[in-house]
Write a protein that binds this ligand. Structure first.
Ligand code: MN
Length: 231
């Protein structure tokens, strides 16, 4: 046992549906522009880009329930509903054919984004971290095992704000499948058990206001609901 000069911080984790044990989180990887219509709404041609990734801190993942903090430094906080893949088996240079063997389970989460800070970062050639990796920026459902969900390849994915539909898509519209995403990511970094991958969002991203009620779901995977806090 190592000793630490300060108490070790708590291990970030998510609940597992129907079980008392939790899923310990190692790293959080996110895919950008993985649905054609969303890529277009952000001003890009989806047919000419390989997948690219950014990260969030593991402790940005919180349970998608109750009140989620409205973050500082933004006037344009956006919602992005996404299928979340939980990795259960280590691997590097994983082939698309074997990639799904590395999946432990699935959930859904919101990639909260300070869009104004992201736009400034893009303009100035700065990193996206401050736009994407703030506290409570990844509210996520309890995870479910593959034995429970299978590998959802075609399923409705949606998000509502105060009951009004904002995002409505289908997992089948992903440019890069879960298997492709795992394969690509594992060419850049070693994937390990405990990693989460946010797999991108369909079209319809938009701004949230303090006090908004966000509900979202993926058929066969789960649903979430939370209220955004006050500034
Ligand atoms: Mn996203």
């Amino acid at each position: 046992m190592s000793e630490f000069v300060l108490p070790a911080p708590p291990t970030p984790s998510l609940a597992v549906a129907g079980e008392s044990a939790r899923f310990a989180i190692r790293r959080v990887f996110c895919v950008g522009r993985n649905y054609s219509e969303h890529a277009r709404e952000m001003g890009h041609d989806p047919d000419r880009e390989p997948p690219f990734f950014f990260s969030k801190p593991a402790d940005a993942v919180v349970a998608a329930q109750g009140t989620i903090a409205y973050p500082p430094l933004t006037e344009d906080l956006h919602h992005e509903v996404e299928l979340v893949v939980a990795i259960g088996k280590d691997g590097v240079d994983i082939s698309p054919e074997t990639a799904l063997e590395h999946v432990w389970g699935y959930g859904l989460g919101i990639d909260l984004t300070r869009r104004d800070i992201q736009a400034q970062a893009k303009k100035l050639g700065r990193p996206w971290d401050w736009a994407k990796g703030f506290d409570e920026s990844a509210p996520t459902t309890p995870l479910r095992r593959v034995s429970d969900t299978g590998h959802p390849a075609s399923a409705a994915i949606w998000l509502k704000v105060n009951g009004d539909t904002r995002q409505q898509g289908d997992l089948a519209d992903q440019i890069w499948s879960v298997a492709d995403v795992i394969s690509y990511a594992s060419q850049s970094v070693a994937l390990k058990a405990g990693d989460l991958i946010f797999t991108g969002t369909p079209a319809g991203v938009g701004a949230l206001q303090p006090g908004d009620v966000v509900t979202a779901g993926i058929d066969g995977v789960g649903e979430l609901s939370f209220t955004l806090g006050q500034r």
